[in-house]
Design a protein around this ligand. Structure first.
Ligand SMILES: [Zn+2]
Length: 149
């Protein structure tokens, strides 16, 4: 019939396994051992966390991996009310905080969940420390969150 549009839905799930690369493998292997590692530039001494392959400032190869302190300062944060679960955006039961942390000795910022008594208790400039899962598996979630010191 002219003018009639037929619609249908076809749910499709894609599963990917891809290599994260040498630098992120080093980072994730560090997390498995409850360590936070970065790469230090031999020329300008910048420390990248997570490690990078090449310095963004002077383009030197970064093969000097160092372990960083697990405490830092919260430089910025946002309160999230949604989460992405299996590719779908869902409202969360409780809001949570995602922060940018400058670890002691690092030049770059690390993004992580911040857990405090409430999102309102989180303040820029507060000192935070890493909290690990009891059992690590070698993935990003091994570093469970950061909490106020
Ligand atoms: Zn450099």
């Amino acid at each position: 019939m002219a003018g009639e549009i037929v619609k249908t839905s076809v749910p499709i799930t894609f599963m990917y396994k891809n290599r994260v690369g040498r630098s992120l493998e080093t980072y994730i292997n560090g997390l498995k051992g409850k360590k936070i590692v970065g790469a230090k530039c031999p020329r300008c001494k910048k420390v990248y966390v997570p490690p990078r392959t090449v310095c963004g400032k002077c383009h030197k190869l970064l093969d000097n991996i160092i372990e960083l302190d697990q405490q830092g300062v919260l430089k910025s944060f946002t309160v999230a009310y949604v989460n992405i679960i299996n590719g779908e955006i869902k409202d969360t039961q409780e809001p949570y905080v995602i922060g940018l942390i400058k670890l002691k000795g690092a030049s770059s910022l690390l993004s992580a969940v911040i857990k405090a008594s409430s999102p309102g208790a989180v303040k820029t400039g507060m000192k935070v420390r890493a909290v690990w899962k009891d059992t690590t598996r070698g993935d990003y979630n091994d570093l469970a969150y950061f909490e106020p010191v």
